[in-house]
Ligand binder design. Structure first.
Ligand SMILES: O=c1nc[nH]c2c1ncn2[C@H]1C[C@H](O)[C@@H](COP(=O)(O)OP(=O)(O)OP(=O)(O)O)O1
Ligand SMILES: [Mg+2]
Length: 200
């Protein structure tokens, strides 16, 4: 059942990897515009949960564009680190980027044996119809895996080279985009969002 009808929305992200994946998942249904067309300033991610940060980012893009906006706040929760880096995944190595984040994660886990290297990617999607929408649509997805001992694969972005997909025996950076987009935390959240929007 559809509770919302519109044909365009702004993707409230500046992450090229995410934008590509979200575009591939939604583009067939809705015209999606990157927020860079409207604003360059990033929203401050002051929330303490993925959901709070997704809502903050969606409102920021909706305010700048005057259009409905969809944000994705996501990250990696590692069991041996008590769920870190979690919402701080992008900032784990103090803003030095993906390679530094991955190096820091490998170092933090260097003495952790395989059976204790469980982790999951989490994605929270928030869609607001306008900046002050009191009823954001929220959908979440998770993807279970394990942290490898060294990077593998060239696809994807972020922590993909370190994330083992146990059923397939490969890292998520070794999956072609089409396959990651069927399996990932983002894909799972997006299935729920499409249902909520009546696009399924
Ligand atoms: O599928 C994924 N494959 C690998 N890594 C991933 C994935 N999904 C999230 N991640 C990592 C990247 C980044 O370290 C953090 C997201 O941080 P997050 O603040 O949500 O995104 P961001 O700052 O890169 O872009 P923006 O806020 O503009 O959407 O989690
Ligand atoms: Mg961010």
């Amino acid at each position: 059942m559809s509770e919302v009808t519109f044909s365009r929305l702004v993707l409230a992200s500046n992450n090229a990897g995410k934008l590509k994946e979200l575009q591939a998942m939604l583009g067939a249904h809705i015209e999606v515009l990157p927020q860079s067309q409207f604003i360059s300033e990033e929203a401050e991610e002051t929330g303490l949960s993925f959901i709070e940060n997704a809502i903050i980012k969606a409102r920021h893009a909706a305010r700048a564009s005057g259009l409905p906006a969809l944000a994705d706040d996501s990250g990696l929760a590692v069991d041996a680190l008590g769920g870190a880096p979690g919402i701080y995944s992008a900032r784990y190595a103090d803003g030095q980027g993906d390679a530094a984040n991955n190096a820091k994660l490998l170092d933090a886990l260097k003495n952790v044996p395989d059976d204790q290297r469980g982790a999951r990617f989490i994605c929270a999607l928030a869609l607001v119809r306008h900046a002050d929408d009191p009823v954001p649509i929220i959908c979440e997805g998770a993807w279970e895996g394990r942290i490898l001992h060294a990077a593998k694969g060239e696809h994807g972005f972020g922590y993909d080279p370190l994330f083992l997909v146990p059923e397939l025996g490969v890292s998520s950076a070794e999956l072609p985009a089409e396959q990651k987009n069927q399996l990932s935390h983002r894909a799972r959240a997006m299935v729920l969002l499409r249902q909520r929007l009546g696009l399924a």
